[in-house]
Design a protein around this ligand. Structure first.
Ligand SMILES: [Zn+2]
Length: 344
């Protein structure tokens, strides 16, 4: 059994001073790419599914793919995480299915679009924390709103996290991890130029980490949108507009200041699409889906995942610890020492 809570993986990441990539899964090839990269780099890994992924693949297909990953890669600690749960019901349905972690994004109302108020966010997040911790699973909350729209989720606006509110939020909800809004956004079109301190509020991360040294911070919308991946797509008939993502140095700076979970989706999408376009352009006679899905899977594994796993520092850490079963996490959570910021 290598399915573990987000809490354990991020606690271990804190001890080791590294970040852990959270990669999106919608289909078999993406999961295979992630797991092979994890094996090759000996990395613990967070596999996450959005509401859109659960709808696209169907819950049961998705969950059984993840069970296959657990069976085939017993040496890799794997967190199964619900990304951007829009309501307690969404999170609870994931946890009931066997996910080991859920994000309750109470920064938006249930429609996934309208910004909520602080009291609403505290209430729904606390509800999910109660449900999850009683089952040994973990919860990520969000404060402030991350820009952009992903899988129809997002207000389209960015509202930076307030450090004072962050302290109150963590105390009142007991979340294991907190997604902070620092000016990043979802999707490929994050910035129209290389982002600097005027658009990316890295000092906010430093400030929040200072106030909440024992809360794991999460960076969303953290694809680097590498130019070489954009170029491959455009070289083979794609029409991406020039765009910039979050430079890896900025993510690494965040990791030095308490960021433990780093969400990456766009980079994987770019790698896959580039590889498929290349086959279509160079071998127009091909019609076996394996002829383009295999290079797509390899591109995701090699160009994105391995690089990210090495860049974030999680490589080499899969064997550092024994997985704590969720049943044992239940009693850990019920001990006062494990409550939010008192957790050491
Ligand atoms: Zn996100």
């Amino acid at each position: 059994m290598a399915l573990v809570s987000l809490r354990q993986v991020l606690d271990e990441a804190t001890k080791g001073g590294y970040g852990v990539g959270a990669f999106h899964v919608n289909n078999m090839e993406q999961l295979q790419a992630i797991m092979e990269a994890a094996r090759k780099t000996k990395s613990p890994v967070i596999v996450q599914a959005s509401r859109g992924a659960r709808k696209y693949a169907n819950d049961r297909f998705l969950y059984h793919l993840m069970l296959a990953a657990e069976e085939l890669y017993p040496e890799i600690p794997i967190v199964l995480h619900q990304d951007h749960g829009n309501s307690p019901e969404t999170c609870i349905s994931a946890l009931d299915m066997g996910f080991t972690s859920a994000m309750m994004d109470g920064s938006l109302l249930e429609d996934g679009k309208t910004p909520s108020d602080f009291e609403y966010n505290v209430r729904v997040t606390k509800e999910v924390v109660g449900y999850a911790h009683a089952r040994g699973a973990s919860v990520e909350g969000e404060l402030g709103t991350i820009g952009g729209i992903e899988d129809e989720h997002g207000s389209g606006k960015s509202r930076l996290t307030d450090p004072d509110q962050a302290v109150e939020f963590v105390e009142r909800t007991g979340v294991d991890a907190l997604a902070v809004a620092i000016g990043t956004s979802h999707g490929a079109y994050k910035f129209t130029r290389k982002p600097d301190a005027t658009v990316l509020a890295m000092d906010l991360i430093v400030e929040i980490h200072k106030r909440l040294p024992n809360t794991h911070l999460v960076m969303h919308g953290s694809s680097s949108v590498p130019k070489e991946l954009q170029d491959i797509i455009n070289a083979y008939g794609g029409k991406l507009q020039p765009t910039w993502g979050v430079p890896i140095e900025e993510i690494q700076l965040g990791i030095q200041h308490g960021v433990r979970k780093v969400n990456v989706d766009t980079d994987s999408r770019l790698a896959i699409t580039g590889a498929i376009r290349k086959v279509f352009a160079e071998q127009p006679e091909e019609f076996d889906p394996r002829s383009y899905l295999k290079p797509a899977r390899e591109a995701m594994q090699e160009l994105v995942i391995e690089k990210r796993m090495v860049d974030f520092g999680q490589a080499g850490h899969a064997g550092d610890y024994d997985p704590i079963p969720l049943s044992e996490m239940v009693s850990n959570y019920s001990k006062k020492t494990m409550e939010n910021d008192k957790f050491k």
